[in-house]
Design a protein around this ligand. Structure first.
Ligand SMILES: [Ca+2]
Ligand SMILES: [Ca+2]
Ligand SMILES: [Ca+2]
Length: 263
């Protein structure tokens, strides 16, 4: 089943159910067990296995003691988070990849050639979750076509889905948190991108919170150019998978991080 998000004249394939299988819950190991000892994704001198935010450089305070550093803990004063997955994209990275273009596995990243809509999916029941991706944009393809990175949780039982994005289409570009009800896209919060969707290292994070106060929050952008967009997500109560989509961008995906909040 393919669910699409419509942006004006363009369609992005954002969410797909039934692709691949990986289970994750709060009992899973916090760090990819395939990671070579000593691998240091963020280059801060703290190995991934010991780093409380392995994708964000620096020593990290952990005020609530849940082993998720304050800098990547969606609730830094509430000890209910687990760093459920960190992967720097080795050969057994957990995403099921799709698209008309070609994905190529690197030593510690995966490369997409930029043709049309590329996608990556991870299946597993989620509710309160923070998903972060590190992506390098290497090239923009296709002139004035849509250029986009999007990330969202899929709930097949709901007619409304939520996602975050960096998007450029029709001369308009923005960072946003939005929803899609099967017919139309709605921006819940957005900020224009003064330089459009451009080359460079991108951080893209989706923080979903379920009842009683459901919300969607986007954090992301480029070094020195970060955006936070947040809105109410009344139809959100969790989902069975999440995915990201890239449109007409040649990219390298460098890492994926999941922080799960216990109910
Ligand atoms: Ca580190
Ligand atoms: Ca913490
Ligand atoms: Ca916490």
């Amino acid at each position: 089943m393919l669910r699409c998000v419509v942006h004006g004249p363009a369609v992005i394939a954002l969410l797909l159910a039934g692709c691949g299988r990986i289970g994750f819950d709060t009992t899973d190991a916090g760090v990819d067990s395939t990671a070579p000892i000593g691998h240091d994704e963020d280059g801060d001198g703290i190995a991934n296995v010991d780093d409380l935010c392995p994708h964000l450089p620096g020593p990290h305070d952990d005020g609530d003691g849940d082993r998720v550093g304050d800098d990547c803990d969606p609730e830094p004063t509430n000890p209910r988070q687990t760093l459920t997955l960190f992967t720097f994209m080795p050969g057994d990275q957990p995403m099921t990849l799709g698209g008309p273009g070609t994905w190529t596995q690197g030593a510690d990243s995966i490369h997409y050639d930029g043709i049309g809509t590329g996608s990556g999916f991870v299946t597993g029941q989620v509710s309160d979750i923070r998903i972060a991706l590190g992506i390098d944009i290497l090239a923009k393809l296709g002139g004035s076509v849509q250029h986009q990175l999007a990330l969202g949780v899929n709930d097949s039982s709901s007619t409304t889905g939520y996602f975050v994005e960096l998007n450029e289409i029709g001369g308009v570009s923005r960072a946003s948190a939005g929803s899609f009800d099967g017919t139309s896209y709605r921006s819940l919060d957005s900020t224009p991108l003064p330089n459009g969707v451009h080359l460079g290292a991108v951080f893209l994070q989706d923080t979903m919170v379920g009842p009683p106060t459901p919300s969607v929050t986007m954090d992301g952008g480029w070094p020195g150019e970060m955006y936070t967009e947040s809105g109410s997500a009344p139809a959100y109560s969790g989902g069975e998978d999440f995915s990201f989509a890239t449109n007409n961008l040649e990219i390298e995906v460098r890492y994926l991080v999941l922080v799960v909040s216990a109910s």
